[in-house]
Design a protein around this ligand. Structure first.
Ligand code: NAD
Ligand code: UDP
Ligand code: UDP
Length: 314
């Protein structure tokens, strides 16, 4: 059945892919964004469709609309962006969650929270299962994001316990693909843009730290499956690709796939940068019948194609 669906952060990287999929499936989509890191260009191809509406709004302010489902994605996701105005980042996560939960409560909508692997902080359990409580520095530069997202999870579960809301909490691990912002600062977009421009590839620290990268199509498939899962399944559930790579390995892959001759340069490791990260996706496999399908190599090829076109047209 077609649903009236609100997507906050809908003009961002993940939000634009989700908007596209839900519009294609015939849902009535309100794509809400304050354009802090998202752009109208990301959803320009959807403008003009009868079941798509773009709305400028900041989730830290109340919102009155009538919908059946809410995907709450609003929040800058890249360290350079969420650390630029850290107080606003916490407000977006916490006040934004309260407003969207208040809205969900009033209209009896089902609501999904885009949480993050950052709730695990710099983990001492590897890979990370949902039952692991995490290791976050509460006063470090990443805390505005990590603690904001942790508090949002708390709010979701309190609205579930107190008001019987239908909630879904998704812990997203590093995701990449077309429509990442070229100046986003995250590692995949940085390396690809640097390789295509022939600039030096900036490795922070020794490059021995690891991440697990999920291609955007797989991630959005998992997100929609979670939203459509039975009402009693709340999560939290990890969605990500368990393939784990060091940043040096990622740089080598990007260099070989682009054919670039860029040199590697080593820069200081940012404070509290997690040393390793890999999702345990047993729960997603069992509860959502979901697992990623796209290899890092295939996903990187698509992403490189996107950035080649983008940089070529600038
Ligand atoms: P993004 O920065 O591209 O998208 C976030 C969107 O939210 C942007 O369009 C931005 O303009 C908007 N936004 C920010 N503050 C807002 C506010 N106060 N009101 C309204 N809109 C606001 O990042 P993304 O990668 O698409 O991430 C989407 C969500 O997924 C975020 O909540 C992020 O924390 C989460 N997430 C992403 C990843 C990843 O690897 N991409 C990993 C973990 C979690
Ligand atoms: N809210 C909103 N839209 C709605 C309903 C509520 O933005 O349709 C906001 C409202 O401003 C409030 C928050 O959600 O600050 C939490 O609402 P709730 O009803 O849970 O709490 P209360 O209004 O009692 O503080
Ligand atoms: N990183 C890097 N060079 C860059 C950008 C990031 O080596 O140009 C490293 C960063 O220190 C981290 C990893 O890549 O160890 C992933 O960083 P990103 O900001 O993409 O995501 P997060 O740290 O939030 O997982």
């Amino acid at each position: 059945m077609e649903k009236r669906t609100l997507i906050t952060g809908g003009a961002g990287f993940l939000g634009s892919h989700l908007s596209e999929k839900l519009v294609r499936e015939g849902h009535d989509v309100i794509c809400l964004d304050n354009f802090f890191t998202g752009t109208k260009r990301n959803v320009a191809h959807l403008q003009g469709k009868a079941n798509f509406e773009l709305m400028r709004h900041d989730v830290t302010f109340p919102l009155y609309v009538e919908v059946d489902r809410i995907y709450n994605l609003a929040c800058p996701a890249s360290p350079i962006h969420y650390q630029r105005d850290p107080v606003q980042t916490t407000k977006t996560s916490v006040h934004g969650a309260i407003n969207m939960l208040g809205l969900a409560k009033r209209v009896k909508a089902r609501i999904l929270q885009a949480s993050t692997s950052e709730v695990y902080g710099d983990p001492e359990v590897h890979p990370q299962p949902e039952g692991y409580w995490g290791r976050v520095n509460t006063i470090g530069p990443r805390a505005c994001y990590d603690e904001g997202k942790r508090c949002a999870e708390t709010l979701f579960f309190d609205y579930w316990r107190q008001h019987q809301l239908e909630i879904k909490v998704m812990r997203i691990f590093n995701t990449y693909g077309p429509r990442m912002h070229p100046n986003d600062g995250r590692v995949v977009s940085n390396f690809i843009v640097q390789a295509l421009r022939g600039d030096s590839i900036t490795i922070y620290g020794t490059g021995a730290q690891t991440r697990s990268f999920c291609y955007v199509d797989d991630l959005i498939d998992g997100m929609v499956r979670l939203m459509n899962s039975p009402a009693d399944f709340t999560g939290p559930v990890n969605i990500g690709n368990p393939g784990e790579f060091t940043m040096l390995e990622l740089a080598e892959k990007v260099l070989s796939l682009t054919g670039s001759r860029s040199k590697l340069v080593f820069e200081p490791l940012p404070q509290d940068d997690p040393k390793q990260r890999q999702p345990d996706i047993s729960l997603a496999k069992q509860a959502l019948d979901w697992q990623p399908k796209v290899s890092l190599e295939d996903g990187l090829k698509e992403t490189i194609r996107y950035f080649r076109d983008l940089l070529g047209s600038q």
